[in-house]
Design a protein around this ligand. Structure first.
Ligand SMILES: Cc1cc2nc3c(=O)[nH]c(=O)nc-3n(C[C@H](O)[C@H](O)[C@H](O)COP(=O)(O)OP(=O)(O)OC[C@H]3O[C@@H](n4cnc5c(N)ncnc54)[C@H](O)[C@@H]3O)c2cc1C
Length: 231
């Protein structure tokens, strides 16, 4: 396999014993493009890891390349310290709306979500660490890495960066109206449908400590008041 071929992910996610959809299988997707879209549209994940025998689910930001997820934190973080040795399950979730059915039982959520499994790798190579931190920063706030001061040697030493390969992942997506429109409850005469959820950024709020005359850079001004997602 050539160096370049290693970085071209397959179009289809091959199921493993862990990622094979069992319940609500019709919501499962094996399209690699769907995984990429879920990861692209978010920047917050929940990292599930067992620390000293106790499960912890830690909200944290991530950055994604074609084949790797990067997440970071303090070198003192217990969840990150455990991660390089332990299997983790990392989830990314987008809520797109409420599904309001005629019965309580049929209520649901329209969503897109991904679960990624693996044993993360602690990034120690200085070049990859800088590139991974750049990837993460740019994923959360495109344009910001080049705008602000980069990390000092001391700051880099205080930061743990972990890499999780995108080799074992599952995706589920639900869209559309409730499922009971053609069932017996349709005769109840109750309103049913969906309540979509749209997320937007607000207006920029300057730091009160900011001296006059410093205008926000274009990449931030352009993102304010825009829908959540990639600019
Ligand atoms: C915001 C939100 C709210 C939800 N609320 C409910 C709820 O109240 N009740 C409920 O039953 N379900 C809910 N779901 C769906 C839920 O996430 C599971 O998909 C579903 O419960 C089936 O779980 P399971 O463990 O039986 O899945 P299984 O089919 O047994 O899981 C097999 C494998 O499928 C994959 N998988 C399962 N769920 C997901 C997922 N959401 N995203 C990506 N991969 C997945 C995993 O790799 C898992 O190991 C919700 C989902 C979202 C995103």
């Amino acid at each position: 396999m050539t160096e370049q071929a290693q970085h071209v992910p397959p179009d289809v996610l091959s199921p493993t014993e862990r990622t094979r959809h069992r319940r609500l299988r019709e919501q499962g997707s094996d399209r690699r493009a769907d995984l990429d879209a879920v990861l692209r549209d978010g920047f917050l994940c929940h990292l599930g890891v067992v620390v000293d025998g106790t499960p912890m689910v830690v909200p944290t930001v991530y950055g994604a390349t074609a084949d790797t997820l990067y997440f970071h934190g303090s070198v003192a973080s217990r969840s990150l310290a455990a991660s390089p040795r332990a299997a983790v399950c990392l989830t990314v979730t987008h809520v797109d709306g409420l599904v309001l059915a005629r019965s309580v039982f049929e209520h649901g959520i329209n969503y897109r979500s991904a679960m990624v499994y693996g044993v993360p790798r602690l990034v120690t190579d200085p070049e990859e660490k800088l590139a991974g931190l750049r990837c993460l920063t740019e994923h959360v706030t495109p344009g910001q890495w080049d705008y602000v001061r980069g990390p000092s040697r001391k700051e880099l030493a205080a930061t743990a960066l972990l890499a999780l390969e995108l080799t074992e992942a599952s995706v589920k997506i639900r869209t559309g109206p409730p499922d009971d429109g053609d069932g017996p409850d349709a005769a109840l005469g109750l309103w049913a449908g969906t309540l979509p959820l749209h997320q937007h950024w607000g207006a920029l709020e300057p730091d009160p400590a900011l001296p006059e005359g410093i205008e926000p850079p274009h990449h931030l001004a352009a993102r304010a008041r825009q829908p959540l997602g990639r600019p």
